[in-house]
Write a protein that binds this ligand. Structure first.
Ligand SMILES: *[C@@H]1O[C@H](CO)[C@@H](O)[C@H](O)[C@H]1NC(C)=O
Ligand SMILES: *[C@@H]1O[C@H](CO)[C@@H](O)[C@H](O)[C@H]1NC(C)=O
Ligand SMILES: *[C@@H]1O[C@H](CO)[C@@H](O)[C@H](O)[C@H]1NC(C)=O
Ligand SMILES: *[C@@H]1O[C@H](CO)[C@@H](O)[C@H](O)[C@H]1NC(C)=O
Ligand SMILES: *[C@@H]1O[C@H](CO)[C@@H](O)[C@H](O)[C@H]1NC(C)=O
Ligand SMILES: *[C@@H]1O[C@H](CO)[C@@H](O)[C@H](O)[C@H]1NC(C)=O
Length: 470
């Protein structure tokens, strides 16, 4: 008992000490709140509500901690957030109690890998975990199942530990026989290899990524899925990474041939009204699939400077891979710039140029306590951002404020209402089939899949910006 009492005491003391640290302000939004972000935020909100009194999630604690850390979404993901630290402590207690009762041999490699990934994500070193070397234990039992093997290799790599040549060879062999393996195994192998290849930049590993990712892409079904929610969430992570790697490494292979937006839509369409995707297990999987930080990027967490919290070193918003309807953000920014500079309301002289007419409605409040509708005429091929500019010139209710990011504008304030991420109040942009009616409000499936710059308006479109609680 004595062996356990002291780490327990240390943990409790640390928890108490961290209670006095103040909370930092909200992190800034890192991307447009497109449909996938809205879905992920609602899922995170649901996950936080499922937290038990001990700050854990029962047997799902490490998955929840890992998904929440990688999701990079407030209110969980704030440096020195007391609540996330308490959940981290709870997880450490669970691991210690497990080690004390059963020794590490009783933990399956999958479970051990899950814990080490979550510890890494919380900036804890699993090699020196209260006197235990969890990575050593992981390396000690090589799993027979290919999926579990790939998962534990990912955990070893994510800790910055050495992945043995023999292990890399086994991963490559699995990748090479792509057609013999299921979606989950292939995805996990790709995730593990993408973590490992960072340490072997000199080698041309494209070959090892190209074949399994093409094989994986072929498994996509007409409904956009890769069989089920769990497999889809894994495959999306693996293919997004493969796309990024294949298009950055010299570019002679090009991206993988799959339909990202239909895979994302498949996941979003399975979200329950309360934000969940079924249970805690499935919800954590989907959060990883929808987010921009995937299972291979735990090493990107910046753990320096904070003994408890973590942050992604790249605070610059990550560009989402382009979808069929998305214009290149720079092209849109330049086009807007030209329109703004020339800005002499060419709408009044519609000769020669083609124009489109759209309606733009504002609603304030989940119960719609204020509403405004304006009809806007804009140059053909205008972005919705352009429509917002024109509306603001015509009616002061439509004045707005936006932050400029490399991937476009992030609208945070309209009509004097500013987003309040801490209480989940956001401006959400919907494209609706008819003029919106508060009596039959649109569902979240109508939230636009791209940001205001990527959205090209067409004649007769109806848009709604709604300030509401997610
Ligand atoms: C992707 O799937 C969607 C349906 O979900 C379809 O509308 C779109 O055309 C597809 N894109 C490509 C490039 O096949
Ligand atoms: C990591 O965080 C520390 C402290 O917050 C900061 O000083 C450092 O620049 C960060 N490193 C990177 C790579 O962002
Ligand atoms: C913007 O205007 C400049 C000068 O008129 C032109 O060179 C440039 O190509 C324009 N950019 C776009 C995206 O139209
Ligand atoms: C919105 O309307 C519902 C039902 O009419 C009511 O229960 C709820 O309190 C209202 N919410 C607000 C914020 O007024
Ligand atoms: C908009 O709000 C006004 C009150 O400000 C109300 O009379 C009207 O019915 C609302 N319009 C719609 C379409 O709900
Ligand atoms: C608008 O888009 C259409 C088709 O997408 C294209 O043919 C046309 O050249 C574009 N017009 C302008 C002014 O960019």
């Amino acid at each position: 008992m004595a062996a356990v009492t002291s780490p327990l005491l240390v943990l409790l003391l640390q928890a108490v000490v961290s209670m006095v640290t103040s909370q930092n302000p909200e992190p800034r939004p890192t991307a447009h709140l497109v449909a996938a972000d809205v879905s992920a935020r609602r899922a995170v909100e649901w996950l936080l509500k499922q937290r038990l009194e001990d700050w854990g999630w029962g047997s799902d604690t490490p998955r929840a901690v890992l998904a929440l850390q990688l999701a990079n979404i407030s209110p969980w993901f704030v440096p020195d957030n007391l609540e996330s630290q308490l959940s981290g402590k709870q997880m450490e207690l669970e691991i210690l109690l497990h080690l004390w009762r059963h020794h590490d041999s009783a933990m399956t490699p999958g479970r051990l890998a899950q814990y080490t990934l979550a510890l890494n994500a919380m900036c804890r070193d699993p090699r020196q975990f209260h006197g235990h070397d969890l990575i050593g234990s992981l390396q000690h039992h090589e799993p027979e199942l290919d999926f579990e093997f790939a998962f534990s290799s990912l955990a070893v790599c994510s800790s910055g530990a050495h992945v043995r040549k023999r292990q890399i060879k086994r991963l490559m062999d699995i990748a090479d026989r792509a057609s013999d393996h299921n979606v989950d195994t292939l995805s996990m192998v790709l995730l593990a290899l993408s973590c490992i290849t960072r340490d072997h930049r000199n080698r041309n590993l494209d070959h090892y990524v190209k074949k399994p990712s093409s094989g994986l892409a072929e498994e996509q079904r007409v409904d956009g899925s890769f069989g089920n929610l769990h497999s889809t969430a894994l495959a999306v992570q693996a293919l997004e990474i493969a796309d990024a790697e294949l298009s950055s490494n010299g570019g002679n292979s090009g991206p993988v041939n799959w339909n990202r937006s239909s895979a994302i839509n498949y996941m979003i369409s399975h979200q329950a009204p309360d934000g969940s995707f079924g249970d805690v297990f499935s919800t954590t999987e989907v959060v990883l699939g929808l987010g921009s930080h995937h299972l291979n990027s735990i090493r990107d967490l910046n753990c320096t400077g904070s003994n408890t919290g973590a942050a992604f070193a790249a605070s610059v918003p990550r560009l989402r891979p382009p979808t069929a309807t998305m214009l290149s953000p720079t092209a849109v920014a330049n086009a807007d710039l030209n329109l703004t500079v020339e800005g002499t309301t060419p709408r009044e002289n519609p000769k020669g140029e083609e124009f489109v007419t759209v309606t733009y409605t504002l609603w304030v409040g989940t119960n719609v306590t204020e509403n405004f509708t304006i009809t806007v005429m804009a140059e053909k091929n205008s972005s919705f951002y352009r429509v917002m500019q024109i509306a603001a010139e015509q009616d002061a209710h439509y004045l707005f404020e936006a932050t400029e990011w490399p991937n476009g504008h992030y609208v945070h304030t309209i009509a004097g209402y500013k987003e309040e991420p801490s209480c989940y109040h956001y401006w959400l942009l919907y494209q609706v089939p008819t003029l919106p009616e508060p009596a039959s409000p649109p569902g979240n499936n109508l939230v636009t899949p791209v940001g205001v710059d990527g959205l090209v308006v067409e004649d007769g479109d109806h848009y709604l910006f709604w300030y509401k609680k997610l």
